[in-house]
Design a protein around this ligand. Structure first.
Ligand SMILES: NC(=O)c1ccc[n+]([C@@H]2O[C@H](COP(=O)([O-])OP(=O)(O)OC[C@H]3O[C@@H](n4cnc5c(N)ncnc54)[C@H](OP(=O)(O)O)[C@@H]3O)[C@@H](O)[C@H]2O)c1
Length: 321
């Protein structure tokens, strides 16, 4: 099969479109002929800095397509079914092989392009907001990094749950977040989000922060200052490229909870499957969505990664084999 393969880590140009062996299917695996690959924030990190098991390596978390083969122990899928699949690598290819518990049926009414973007974005957002963050109607939440895929999913889910939603983005995208349910967009390149939160909440802070950006000690301090006494901080991502470290003397006096989130470790669970089925139905009915900023042929994966890094578009970019 053809795939976008890396032989070393680095910038977008390490991606080479070439022939590589088909994935080896085990008895519990589902293989799809990939129709749409969603370029995830984490794909950029895997290409550039996060450790990978070996080279050559096919990166990529998420893709949707038609089931082309199933292992002998697979019970929920047959050849021809529509599915969106997740794995910690392998999506940037014509064929994607995942354990059955990481494959999700795509309902007929759901556009395959939207489906391809959903498990990681909406699943992570749901986990960070509710399973970890325990968000309830009437509470306030700050989404740090609201214009990305997980951020836009989190804004939509938090709004639907009855929360008051604040979200940060560059001024270029800040206002656009309103269309997805953000009550107060904060342009972090023009205003200090911690000051805005303090002013908007009478100095109390928000009940929950979902952090998709990370950053240095100064950024983490400002983020923690935006959390209310006994509030919660869901630590999800590091799209700034810097992993946050959590300062003892800032979290302990607040009696606040710091919650780590790795949705990939939860994705196989019945809870995650039921939750995603619900969100797929909502998306099929037009109640949830994900903006698609651009689509590139898989052969131009390097250009697609460069486009995402250089322009930081609103929502998702797709790769099409
Ligand atoms: N733990 C988990 O289970 C899990 C699951 C999925 C994703 N993640 C991680 O979560 C993060 C977000 O994922 P994603 O897929 O939503 O990424 P994405 O679509 O690439 O979005 C990243 C967002 O971060 C913002 N950003 C980038 N650099 C920034 C900076 N220096 N300062 C402030 N904001 C910045 C960008 O917005 P602006 O352009 O407006 O700045 C963009 O909206 C990634 O680090 C990803 O690896 C974790």
């Amino acid at each position: 099969m053809k795939a976008a393969v890396i032989h070393e880590q680095g910038g977008p140009d390490v991606l080479r479109y070439e022939d590589t062996p088909d994935p080896v299917r085990g008895p519990g695996d589902v293989v799809i002929d990939v129709e749409v690959i969603s370029l995830e924030g984490g794909d950029l990190l895997n290409r550039s800095i996060l450790p990978v098991a070996h080279f050559p390596h096919v990166i990529g978390y998420q893709a949707a397509g038609r089931v082309s083969a199933v292992g002998a122990k697979v019970t929920r899928f047959k050849v021809g079914d529509r599915a969106v699949c997740f794995a910690f690598s392998g999506s940037h290819a014509e064929k994607f092989c995942v354990p059955e518990h990481h494959a999700f049926a795509v309902p007929d009414e759901l556009d395959m392009r939207i489906a391809a973007t959903m498990p990681v974005t909406f699943g992570t957002a749901d986990y960070a907001l509710f399973a970890a963050g325990d968000l309830k109607a009437g509470e306030t939440v700050l989404i740090q990094g609201g214009a990305g895929g997980v951020g836009l999913a989190a804004i939509q889910l938090a709004k639907a749950a009855g929360a008051r939603v604040f979200a940060t983005a560059r001024s270029h995208h800040a206002e656009a977040m309103r269309a997805y349910g953000c009550d107060l967009p904060i342009a972090y390149d023009k205003e200090d989000f911690a000051e805005v939160i303090a002013a908007e909440t009478g100095g109390r802070g928000v009940d929950l922060v979902v952090d998709l950006v990370g950053g240095d000690a100064a950024m983490v301090s400002r983020l923690i200052s935006a959390v209310a006494y006994r509030g919660r901080l869901s630590v999800v991502g590091l799209s700034s490229g810097e992993a946050p470290s959590i300062p003892f003397w800032e979290i302990v006096p607040k009696n606040m909870a710091v919650l780590g989130v790795l949705f990939g470790a939860e994705m196989h669970t019945p809870r995650a499957h039921a939750m995603l089925e619900r969100h797929f139905a909502s998306a099929g009915a037009g109640k949830l969505t994900m903006p698609i900023a651009a689509a590139f042929p898989l052969a131009e994966a390097a250009a697609a990664h460069r486009f995402v890094e250089e322009t930081r578009p609103l929502g998702r970019v797709l790769l099409l084999p």
